[in-house]
Design a protein around this ligand. Structure first.
Ligand code: IFM
Length: 441
C-alpha cells in the first residue's frame, strides 16, 4: 500500500518527532546536569556508557534539521524543551541562553511553516531534583509546574500544542520498577510513587498553564499491545495485569479518576498516603491526547516471581533492531479503543511511531525499505482507525534523526535521516524520500 495525503482528512498533520536530550547536545548552551548524565556514567547502564552530551549537535545544527522537515513537506514538528537546559538546578535560576535557544527554534519552525508541538518533559530530570528523589518526591508536581510556567512565558505564544509528559510509563515503571532507564531504580515503593506523582505533575502543569490562558494542552502516553502466551487463566490474568499497568493506569487516572484494580492489586500498599485526594487535580480536562505506539509483547504467568508474576515470551513476528515485533494492528486497536472507551471525540495524535533498523550507508544512500514498509503499514492502520470513527488528527514519525536511544546509546537507528556520529553529517534515507512522496501525493 502506498499512502497519500489524500487518504487522510484535509486537516491531518504529518510530522516528525525528536526529544531534547536525544539530539541537542546537553554540553552546549549552559544546560545543567540531568539524571541521564549520571545514569550513563555508571558502568553497565548504557551501551558503551554513551550519553547525550553531543548527540546530534542539533543545538548548533537546528536550522539544517528544520530545513530537512520543510523539504520533506512536513506540517509539524514534535520537539521537547529540556527542563535542565531551561533551569539548570531544576528550580530557581533560569538559563537565559536556554530560553533564547528555544525561542530561536520555535521561530525557525514557524518561518518554515512547521507547527511547533512542544513536549515539556522528555526525561531530563535535573540532577539537583533527582538528588531530592525526583519523581518519588511529591514536590515534583509544583517544581514541574514552575518549570512549565517559565518556558511557556517565553514560547507559549507561538506553539501549536503543549504536551506535559512524554510516556509516563517509561518515566515511572521502566525507570523505577524495571530499572532500565534513569534513575535505574528497581523498587516497587519508588515505582508506585512515581506512577502517581508523574500524573500529579501533569495535572499541576495543566492547571497552571490553563490558568495562564495557554491553549491546546495534552499528554503523550505510550501503549503496548498485550497478548497472552496461551489461553490459560493464569496467562490471561498476567496479561490483564500488564495491560492495566502499561495501557490503563494513566488514561484511567486522567479520564476516570481511578486506577485499575488489576494494577492496584500490587501497588496499593506502596502508594503515597491519601493518593485518592489527588485524583481531581490529575483529572484536568485534556485538549488532545498523544499516542506513542511501537509494538506488542506476549506475556506469560511466572509463578516463581513476585507480583506482577509475569515474564515476556518471544513472539513469532518479524522484529525491528530493538527486537520489537512489528504489529500495526495494535495501533489500529489502541486508536479505536481509546476513542471508544476513554476520550470519545477528543483529538488524538499519533505522537510517535517508527522503527530502529541496522541501517548502513551504501554508495551514498541508505535503502531502508523495511522502514518504509513499517511506516506505511502504521499509516494504513491509522487511516483505518479514522474510517472507523477515531478522531486522529496527525501522525509524527519517530524519529527525524538517528539519535541517542537511551540505554542503547547510539546503536539503534530510528531516523528518517541517517546521522554519522563521527562527522555528524546528515543523510536522508530512502524512507525520508518515500514519506515526502506520500505527503505530496
Ligand atoms: O527513543 C524513544 C523515545 O525517546 C520515547 N519513545 C520511544 C522511542 C524509541 O524507543
Amino acid at each position: 500500500m502506498k499512502p497519500a495525503r489524500t487518504d487522510f482528512p484535509e486537516d491531518f498533520l504529518f510530522g516528525a518527532a525528536t526529544a531534547a536530550y536525544q539530539i541537542e547536545g546537553s554540553a552546549y548552551g549552559g544546560a545543567g546536569p540531568c539524571h541521564w548524565d549520571s545514569f550513563a556514567a555508571t558502568p553497565g547502564n548504557v551501551v558503551r556508557a554513551e550519553d547525550g552530551s553531543v548527540a546530534c549537535d542539533h543545538y548548533h545544527r537546528w536550522e539544517g534539521d528544520l530545513d530537512l522537515m520543510k523539504d520533506a513537506g512536513l506540517d509539524a514538528y514534535r520537539f521537547s524543551t529540556s527542563w535542565a537546559r531551561v533551569m539548570p538546578e531544576g528550580r530557581g535560576a533560569v538559563n537565559a541562553e536556554g530560553l533564547d535557544y528555544y525561542d530561536r527554534l520555535v521561530d525557525g519552525m514557524l518561518a518554515r511553516g512547521l507547527k511547533p508541538f512542544q513536549t515539556l518533559y522528555h526525561w531530563e530530570m535535573p540532577s539537583a531534583l533527582a538528588d531530592l528523589g525526583g519523581w518519588t518526591n511529591r514536590d515534583v508536581a509544583h517544581w514541574f509546574a514552575d518549570f512549565a510556567e517559565v518556558i511557556t512565558r517565553r514560547i507559549g505564544d507561538r506553539v501549536a500544542a503543549v504536551a506535559t509528559i512524554n510516556e509516563p510509563w517509561c518515566v515511572a515503571w521502566l525507570s523505577h520498577f524495571l530499572g532500565h532507564h534513569a534513575p535505574g531504580k528497581r523498587d516497587i515503593r519508588a515505582a508506585a510513587r512515581a506512577m502517581h506523582h508523574v500524573l500529579l505533575a501533569h495535572g499541576a502543569a495543566v492547571e497552571r498553564l490553563r490558568g495562564m490562558g495557554q491553549p491546546n494542552l495534552g499528554i503523550v502516553l505510550n501503549f503496548d499491545h498485550c497478548t497472552p502466551a496461551s489461553d490459560s487463566a493464569a496467562d490471561v490474568l498476567t496479561t490483564a495485569t500488564q495491560d492495566a499497568i502499561f495501557n490503563r493506569w494513566f488514561i484511567e487516572g486522567i479520564t476516570r479518576g481511578t486506577y485499575p484494580a488489576e494494577a492496584l492489586a500490587g501497588l496499593a500498599p506502596h502508594m503515597p498516603k491519601d493518593w485518592q485526594a489527588d485524583m481531581p487535580l490529575i483529572g484536568q480536562k485534556l485538549d488532545w491526547l498523544g499516542v506513542n505506539y511501537y509494538s506488542r509483547h506476549i506475556h506469560a504467568f511466572a509463578p516463581d516471581t513476585p507480583w506482577p508474576h509475569g515474564r515476556d515470551v518471544p513472539g513469532p513476528l518479524p522484529k525491528t533492531q530493538m527486537g520489537w515485533e512489528i504489529y500495526p494492528e495494535g495501533l489500529y486497536g489502541f486508536l479505536t479503543r481509546l476513542s471508544r472507551d476513554y476520550v470519545g471525540d477528543l483529538p488524538i495524535y499519533v505522537t510517535e511511531n517508527g522503527m530502529a533498523n541496522a541501517d548502513e550507508v551504501l554508495n551514498g544512500s541508505v535503502n531502508d525499505h523495511v522502514r518504509e514498509d513499517y511506516l506505511f503499514a502504521h499509516l494504513d492502520a491509522t487511516r483505518r482507525a479514522i474510517a472507523d470513527g477515531a478522531n486522529v488528527k496527525g501522525f509524527f514519525y519517530w524519529s527525524l534523526l538517528d539519535n541517542y536511544e537511551w540505554a542503547f546509546g547510539y546503536e539503534k537507528r530510528f531516523g528518517l535521516v541517517h546521522v554519522d556520529f563521527e562527522t555528524l553529517q546528515r543523510l536522508p534515507k530512502a524512507s525520508y524520500h518515500a514519506l515526502a512522496r506520500a505527503i505530496a501525493r
